[in-house]
Design a protein around this ligand. Structure first.
Ligand code: SF4
Ligand code: SF4
Length: 502
């Protein structure tokens, strides 16, 4: 066992001693024990090596005495052996373990949303002022008939369309991965705004069934918390096949995070590990998936649309086509920037494809096959602002899921240490001392405000394009232009280059 710390601290805590009043707020609030107090010397000091830059102390210090800086690492410049690679090698040489991380891929891959620009009306087809004229953001999710008066679902009979008041929903985040308070905030905000939240694979806590009418409930490979009441209470049922942050692998919530309440919700013994297998052990083909979709529809008497969530991977268009033909009503596609509570670093950063390319490819394929009407497409994975949402819809999505943005609204500062269970902000933790920091009512208000702000901005962008309904934008790629993209990228996205006319 090495006794030398090979890795220097990633961050430095700078304390202005003249401003510090030794209130010890930072000592109490830091979830990672980076802030310390020595009573003998009556001194507040910092352990830089513990700091993860979650910024809790900086935000709460009453005298603004704290600042956190990236610690400059004095390695000799080397474009190939970056400080990050050296840091990771040392970590693994210390532990022999898989590198873990939280939240989404942070590598500088192209963000196609930043290379797409929206159109605006000028003289003809005048723009619309959303403050003076009606503007429709309501979106209906589900399967549509092939022709007027036709069977809505040719395979298993019709399921109803589900309206949402804005094309933005909260993505799957399980109770267990996040605190009850954070989970409740998402549920409350979804209900208040008329949209949906997603239970993830951890079930729906009994005391939150009042929000079930706004819940998408997941049926994942571990089948945690899945029972008849759960399925029948929900608005939508989602079969989770894959996840953008960790395509192709399962999940693991360690036993120390399985409190009595989480155990009851997941229907597993308290303190035992919750292991989600990588595959569903009853799904090895599209026919198997079709069987599960059919079973869930039968179990809920065709009153719930069934969604299938997959990660955006190389063959995503063909996979989506199979899912649509298997009787799904909604396909949710999670791009490689999707967040998570815990993922192996190598998987998170090196597997999957960007959601922009995936959604364009899937929309195009389903249109070509004449089955686009059979499913709604939900895009997920790294939506940062309302413009990203508008661009995704123009590329072919019906609606989007947001996750990281919602957690940021609740206080998350993207320190990526969710897997430790020590989140100082009371989000990705089950420690009662920390979870109390997040008031679900205040959290819900902040989430509501976020939805409200983004929705209004979407109306402004639509109005600028002379469109008064979000459904008229879906797949309307003529309203997009690419900048700095290759011919292949433009072709895959199905957009023209900036400067080309209609
Ligand atoms: S929170 Fe600020 S004022 Fe209070 S002990 Fe820490 S650095 Fe000093
Ligand atoms: S949820 Fe908490 S632990 Fe996870 S990235 Fe955000 S602040 Fe860090």
């Amino acid at each position: 066992m090495s006794v030398i710390r090979m890795n220097p601290p990633e961050f430095r805590v700078i304390r202005d001693e003249e401003k510090c009043i030794k209130c010890l707020v930072c000592v109490r609030q830091c979830g990672f024990e980076a802030q310390q107090y020595d009573p003998e010397e009556d001194r507040v000091y910092s352990l830089d090596e513990n700091c993860v830059a979650c910024q809790r102390c900086v935000c709460l210090c009453p005298t603004r005495a704290l600042r956190i800086e990236q610690n400059p690492v004095p390695y000799k410049a080397n474009a190939h052996w970056t400080p990050e690679h050296i840091h990771n090698i040392n970590k693994q040489a210390d532990t022999g373990g898989v590198l873990l991380t939280g939240m989404g891929n942070d590598k500088p891959y192209p963000a196609y949303f930043d290379r797409l620009l929206l159109n605006a009306s000028q003289v003809t087809n005048p723009s619309i002022d959303p403050l003076r004229e009606p503007m429709e953001l309501r979106t209906y999710l589900g399967s549509r008939p092939d022709y007027l008066g036709g069977e809505k679902d040719r395979h298993f009979g019709p399921t109803p369309l589900v309206p949402i008041e804005t094309p933005i929903m909260f993505t799957a985040i399980s109770y267990g991965a996040i605190s009850h308070q954070a989970f409740e905030a998402l549920a409350r905000a979804a209900k208040a705004y008329g949209t949906l939240f997603n239970t993830g694979e951890g079930g729906l806590p009994e005391d939150l069934y009042e929000y079930a009418d706004h819940a998408i409930v997941q049926v994942a490979s571990g089948r945690f918390g899945v029972h008849s009441e759960y399925l029948n209470a929900a608005r939508v049922i989602e079969i989770k096949i894959g996840q953008g942050a960790k395509p192709g692998i399962g999940g693991h919530l360690p036993g120390e995070k399985i409190t009595a309440s989480i155990a009851a919700t997941r229907m597993i013994p308290e303190g035992t590990d919750a292991l989600s297998p990588a595959p569903h052990h009853d799904i090895y083909s599209i026919e198997d998936l079709r069987q599960l979709i059919s079973t869930l529809k039968e179990a809920t008497r065709y009153t719930k649309p069934v969604s299938v969530k997959i990660a955006a991977v190389h063959n995503v268009a063909a996979i989506a086509s199979g899912i649509a033909r298997a009787g799904a009503d909604i396909i949710a596609i999670d791009g490689f920037r999707g967040g998570t509570g815990a993922a192996p670093l190598m998987i998170r950063d090196h597997v999957g494809i960007p959601i922009e390319l995936a959604i364009a490819a899937v929309d195009q394929r389903l249109r070509e096959e004449g089955i686009r009407n059979r499913v709604s497409l939900v895009a997920a994975g790294g939506f940062r602002c309302s413009a990203d949402v508008v661009k995704a819809i123009a590329l072919g999505a019906d609606a989007v899921y947001i996750g990281t943005a919602a957690l940021v609204a609740l206080g998350c500062h993207l320190c990526q240490k969710c897997y430790t269970g020590k989140c100082s902000w009371g989000i990705a933790t089950q420690d009662p001392y920390k979870t109390r920091r997040l008031n679900p009512e205040i959290g819900a208000e902040r989430l509501y405000n976020l939805l409200h702000g983004w929705s209004h901005e979407i109306k402004e962008m639509l109005g600028g394009m002379g469109i008064n309904s979000i459904e008229s934008l879906r797949g309307n790629r003529l309203h997009l232009r690419g900048v700095g993209l290759t011919e292949t990228e433009l072709k895959l996205l199905g957009v023209k280059h900036a400067g080309e006319g209609m």
